[in-house]
Ligand binder design. Structure first.
Ligand code: ATP
Ligand code: AMO
Length: 466
């Protein structure tokens, strides 16, 4: 077994030592017939390799060969580490490798659909360059998504998906530490779980079925089955018909469901502690990734409080009304009013993360519990980052007859959810929970403007590939 060195670990301590590295060719600079410079990239780190024709190094043919490599090819290089007198601008590592052997492991095609140096430019920069530079103008969001394999090699995208992994990791670890059990529920189900028309219908061996719009029904059945506290990280499918910056047809749902003792504020308390842990964790553990994202997509760090602000829906509407927005106490918030309220909350309370609760019952799904003191409203909440929704949650109805009545009133075909309703006939504890959109959390934490930036292979009404 040969000893491999990581490009990121090459430094002065290895001066005069032989190293073996594997990397992608980021740039090639032939200087003459006897010397060429290659910059190799691995895991976001880069090093300059000097290919010099000399008796103890390589032949002239090798210099010619190295000069003819295509960018993004994978190469293995043996060489001696050296330290130039001048700082190296072209690479992250401040040492060079004097190449003694070079093998091309896999050659990329010559004309790449997106050049790395273009892929690292911001969307704004590309739009601004659109008029003068046709080649650059091509590198718009659609091209990036078509050639996602190239786009995700950039430091910003590498950062985004590592941040996403951290969110998921903290979500799991936090909930496990609070006694929650991770479960997996079916994605092939008989009917809509959220109501509404946004479901992908399919044929299940002759039986009508659909892709789960959420794990809602099964996470509640798990609570009726005495799991007490559950969570799920899973795929969620919505047949969205409009093309927006924050809706996908397939996304990752972080779902939670728990028994409650006295009040649905117990669920909101979990949201508060969980998200303070997620934000603190990202700021602490993802400094390098956040910096890489910020270089391509500049953003201000999220402002959040040590204890999450909780406002009632009525308080929110009142703030909007005072700011001149025309909205009633029983209307749903539209995208614009959510954004506006986000601004007002930031000005008044200094936070970009908050919970709004007691929504009007009529704007919530059928399984939502109404308020004991005023049935026009419900024991439900939404949670916002920078004025956009990342979470919906609520206490659920645990009485089967009331649940059936509400489902019928909301136009649900109760036949398709009969086993769910029956689960409440065998004794059901009071419970509540919430669902988080993972891509939205990352998009809004990093103020990315478009959810396609935080979905590795996005599925939207126009995209089914790659
Ligand atoms: P969810 O529907 O899953 O709760 P959401 O962010 O879409 O998430 P809603 O409360 O349904 O939240 O919608 C808020 C606003 O977003 C709506 O008033 C509507 O203007 C807009 N909206 C919702 N769904 C879509 C969609 N598929 N296409 C365009 N706009 C939408
Ligand atoms: P809701 O429909 O609000 O609630 O979804 C929960 C969260 O999922 C995210 N989300 C989306 N993300 C990307 N693309 C979409 N098309 C999309 N739709 C929703 C949002 C949203 O807040 N069963 C309930 C949750 C619960 O009460 O437990 C539900 O699905 O971040």
């Amino acid at each position: 077994q040969r000893k491999w060195n990581e490009i990121g670990s090459l430094d002065e301590n290895l001066k005069d030592k032989e190293v073996l590295i594997r990397g992608r060719v980021q740039t090639i600079r032939p200087v003459s017939k006897t010397i060429a410079f290659l910059v190799l990239r691995q895991k976001g780190f880069t090093v300059q390799c000097v290919v010099t024709a000399a008796p103890e190094l390589v032949s002239k043919q090798m210099v010619k060969y190295a000069s003819s490599l295509n960018k993004e090819s994978i190469v293995d290089v043996y060489g001696i580490v050296s330290k130039p007198n001048e700082p190296i601008k072209a690479a992250t590592q401040q040492v060079e490798v004097q190449v003694s052997r070079l093998y091309c492991i896999n050659r990329a095609i010559e004309k790449l659909p997106i050049n790395f140096e273009d892929a690292i430019r911001s969307e704004a920069e590309i739009e601004a360059a659109a008029l003068e530079n046709k080649q650059l103008a091509r590198v718009n969001r659609d091209t990036r998504l078509d050639y996602r394999v190239l786009d995700i090699r950039t430091p910003a995208k590498q950062g985004i998906f590592r941040i996403q992994c951290q969110v998921e990791n903290i979500f799991r670890n936090f909930l496990i530490s609070k006694g929650f059990v991770g479960i997996h529920t079916p994605k092939l189900i008989a009917g809509s779980s959220e109501g509404g028309s946004a479901v992908f219908k399919l044929d299940y061996k002759g039986q009508p079925a659909c892709l789960a719009q959420s794990p809602q029904l099964h996470k509640q059945i798990a609570i009726c089955g005495d799991f007490n506290r559950v969570f799920e990280v899973g795929h969620v499918f919505r047949a969205e018909d409009s093309y927006t910056h924050r809706h996908l047809c397939e996304f990752i749902g972080l779902d939670v469901e728990m028994e409650i003792n006295e009040h649905y504020s117990e669920v909101m308390k979990i949201v508060d502690e969980l998200f303070v842990a997620i934000f603190d964790g990202l700021n602490e553990n993802c400094k390098k990734e956040l910096e890489a994202v910020g270089k391509q997509f500049p953003f201000e760090p999220l402002k959040y409080l040590r204890e999450t602000l909780v406002l009632t829906f009525k308080e929110g509407v009142q703030m909007l009304q005072e700011a001149g927005v025309e909205i009633g106490f029983e209307d749903d918030l539209n995208t614009e009013s959510e954004k506006k309220l986000g601004q007002l909350v930031l000005e008044k309370y200094g936070t970009e993360f908050y919970i709004l609760h007691r929504y009007p019952l009529k704007v919530r799904p059928f399984y939502t519990m109404s308020c004991y003191d005023d049935p026009t409203y419900s024991n439900s909440f939404d949670v916002f980052i920078r004025g956009e929704e990342i979470i919906s949650g609520a206490q659920r109805i645990h009485d089967p007859e009331f649940l059936k009545t509400r489902a019928e009133a909301c136009g649900i075909d109760v036949q398709t959810i009969s086993t769910y309703i029956d689960s409440f006939r065998y004794g059901a504890p009071p419970h509540g929970g919430f669902g988080v959109g993972l891509e939205r959390v990352v998009m809004l934490f990093c103020a990315l403007q478009n959810i396609r930036n935080s979905s590795l292979f996005p599925r939207d009404p126009q995209r089914l590939a790659p």
